[in-house]
Write a protein that binds this ligand. Structure first.
Ligand code: HEM
Length: 201
C-alpha cells in the first residue's frame, strides 16, 4: 500500500507539472532561452545534468519554482480533520470536522506576489541571482502532512527539465499558443496542446 501511495501521489503530479512548465516555456521563449544559456554555460551539451549541478543553475530552479507557484496543481491540498476542538480567529472547529485549506489563496495572493498571474521566474532571485526562499511558496503544502515526496519531486523536475532544455528547443506549431487556463480534475492540469521539440544537438 505504501508503494501504491507513492505511485498514485507521485506520478500524475510530477508529469502535470512538467506539462505546465512546457506551456510556460512556449509562452515565454525568453525564459526558455535563459534556462538553455545557463545550462550551456555550466554543464555544456556533452554530458547529462546531475543533482550536483543544481547550485549552479539558479535561473532554472527559479523557473521550476515559478511554474509550481503559478500552475498550482493541487489548489486545495488534501482534506484533513481536526483531532480536537480548535479555536481559530473567533471560530470553533469541532473535533473531527473536515478542513480544506486553499493553497491557491497563498500562491496567488496579490499582497504577497504583486502580479501573481504573471509567469516571472525573477521573483525568486535576488539582485545577485541567488534563490530567494519565500515562506508563501507552498505548492507542496506545509506542516505535519506536507507532501511526502517534495524533495523527490523537486529532484525529478530539475533532472527532467534540465535534460529536456539541454537537448531540445520547444516551439509552438503554426503559431498556436497553448491555453494558460487549465482544467480541474484530480489536479489542475493544462488543456491538450501541440508543440514541436527541435533537437539542439
Ligand atoms: C510537483 C509534484 C508534487 C506536488 C505539487 C505535490 C503536492 C502535494 C500536496 C499539496 C499534498 C497535500 C498536502 C496536504 O494535505 O497538506 C501532497 C501530499 C502527498 N504527496 Fe505530493 N506532490 C508532488 C509530488 C509527489 C511525489 C513525487 C510523491 C511521492 C513519490 C508525493 C507523495 C505524496 C504523499 C504520500 C502525500 C500525502 C502525505 C500525507 O497525507 O501525509 N507527492 N502532495
Amino acid at each position: 500500500m505504501v508503494i501504491r501511495d507513492l505511485f498514485v501521489a507521485g506520478t500524475e503530479t510530477t508529469s502535470t507539472t512538467i506539462r505546465w512548465i512546457l506551456v510556460y516555456l512556449l509562452s515565454n521563449p525568453d525564459v526558455q532561452e535563459k534556462c538553455f544559456q545557463e545550462i550551456k554555460e555550466h554543464i555544456g551539451q556533452s554530458r547529462r545534468p546531475t543533482m550536483k549541478d543544481k547550485t549552479n543553475l539558479p535561473y532554472v530552479e527559479a523557473t521550476i519554482m515559478e511554474a509550481l507557484r503559478l500552475s498550482d496543481i493541487v489548489p486545495t491540498a488534501l482534506p484533513h480533520a481536526v483531532p480536537h476542538d480548535v479555536q481559530f480567529r473567533g471560530y470553533t472547529f469541532p473535533k473531527g470536522v473536515q478542513v480544506i485549506v486553499m493553497l491557491d489563496s497563498v500562491l496567488q495572493d496579490p499582497d504577497v506576489w504583486g502580479d501573481p498571474e504573471s509567469f516571472r521566474p525573477d521573483r525568486f532571485l535576488d539582485d545577485s541571482g541567488k534563490i530567494i526562499k519565500k515562506e508563501e511558496f507552498i505548492p507542496f503544502s506545509l506542516g505535519r502532512r506536507v507532501c511526502l515526496g517534495e524533495s523527490m519531486a523537486r529532484m525529478e523536475l530539475f533532472l527532467f527539465l534540465t535534460t529536456m532544455i539541454q537537448r531540445f528547443k520547444f516551439v509552438p506549431v503554426d503559431g498556436q499558443m497553448p491555453s494558460l487556463d487549465g482544467l480541474i480534475g484530480i489536479t489542475h492540469y493544462p488543456r491538450p496542446f501541440v508543440m514541436k521539440a527541435i533537437q539542439r544537438i
